[in-house]
Design a protein around this ligand. Structure first.
Ligand code: FES
Length: 90
């Protein structure tokens, strides 16, 4: 989206997720390698967690299609999401 579209709206950057469960889960699950895509993936995963706290594997797979990682399989990223969802739904 264009920055002008965010005028008057609450926004969050990846720096705002410093120490968030999804950031920790990415480290614990080795959900990155070179890190080029990681900021975008962490933001995207947080959006998924916010909107779909009971996301199925199919929802996660579809949601993650908007980002591309050239290094990892998406399994580690999905595991990071699942670890956050399971701890929040416990
Ligand atoms: Fe390298 Fe995703 S970790 S592109």
């Amino acid at each position: 989206m264009l920055a002008v579209e965010a005028v008057g709206r609450k926004t969050q950057t990846v720096e705002g997720l410093n120490g968030a469960p999804i950031q920790k889960a990415f480290v614990e699950k080795f959900a990155f390698q070179c890190g080029y895509c990681t900021s975008g993936f962490i933001m995207n995963c947080q959006g998924l967690i916010n909107i779909h706290p009971d996301a199925s594997d199919e929802v996660m797979q579809e949601w993650l299609q908007s980002n591309i990682c050239r290094c990892t399989s998406y399994q580690e990223i999905t595991e990071a999401i699942k670890s956050v969802l399971s701890s929040e739904n416990a």
